[in-house]
Design a protein around this ligand. Structure first.
Ligand code: SAM
Length: 256
């Protein structure tokens, strides 16, 4: 059988996330990690929030149901939240219909491969078919390990930034063979790599053209993992199953 194309792999991943979208927010883990990511972003790119004279325009790639977007929106001018999964974006849209939610989040279902993709907002509202909006900050949380061609997506991110704009990308670290245990065997669909190797990622970002690149551990978190592959079957661990394992999470910073 021929090797799956990248498009096939991404379609498979989207089906997985479409299926998980409705129950995504029921997992305490995803809330806790989005909060940690938001703390790490604020601590590591404080100038984006304080030096511009106005709140930054933020693009989040792989926003899921918007857990990080909803944290970041009050600190941003506008926040464009994109995800390749229609199901995830539908959940975010339904949250935004509720009173009291930020009004500056623009959810878009797209697999972004081009900074001039017409689904992004125009730079100038009076020229809807003109060049697309550029951002002060691009975020992406727990997404990089799902992307087959990281160089391509980093190039797209660079193209989405204003001159001097920054990326702040968070994901778990590939610290060695045990990093594979982050996902139970039933959740390996759409997983392209078991975390992000810190040094490799820094070199990749420099190759793509980012300046002032830093990749470093930003926090650690203990997660219940399978004691042996497949222990959890297709669902959550039952009583007595699994064991706690600590995973490092990295933040990857770079400037255009
Ligand atoms: C593990 S989920 C994380 C979602 C969210 N960031 C969170 O932490 O709750 C990964 C998300 O990335 C999205 N995704 C994967 N590859 C993508 C791509 N190339 N472009 C946009 N979204 C992508 C998936 O659809 C999925 O919603």
């Amino acid at each position: 059988m021929a090797a799956p194309t990248q498009a096939t792999q991404q379609t498979t991943g989207n089906q997985r996330f479409d299926a998980e979208a409705a129950a995504w927010d029921s997992k305490p883990f995803v809330h806790a990690m989005s909060l940690e990511a938001w703390k790490a972003i604020q601590a590591n790119v404080p100038t984006v929030f304080s030096n511009l004279g106005q709140r930054p325009d933020i693009l989040e790639i792989g926003c899921g149901t918007g857990l990080l977007s909803l944290e970041a929106a009050p600190a941003s001018n506008r926040l464009v939240a994109i995800d390749a999964s229609q199901g995830m974006i539908a959940v975010l849209k339904s949250k935004l219909e509720k009173p009291g939610t930020p009004e500056n989040i623009e959810p878009i279902a797209v697999l972004l491969q081009d900074p001039e993709d017409m689904s992004l907002p125009p730079a100038d509202e009076s020229k809807p078919d003109g060049p697309r909006l550029k951002f002060d900050l691009v975020l992406s949380h727990l997404v990089l390990h799902h992307i087959a061609d990281l160089k391509k997506v980093l190039t797209t991110m660079l193209g989405c930034l204003k001159e001097g704009g920054m990326v702040a990308l968070t994901d778990f670290e590939d610290f060695g063979p045990d990093a594979r245990r982050f996902h139970p065997e039933s959740k390996m669909d759409g997983v392209e790599r078991h975390g992000i190797p810190r040094k490799w990622m820094a070199e990749l970002m420099q190759d793509v053209g980012f300046k002032d690149v830093i990749t470093k551990v930003a926090w650690e978190h203990s997660k219940m993992v399978e004691k042996y592959p497949g222990e959890f079957g297709g669902g959550a661990p039952s009583e007595g199953q699994g064991e706690l394992m600590t995973f490092p999470y990295i933040i990857c910073l770079g400037r255009k």
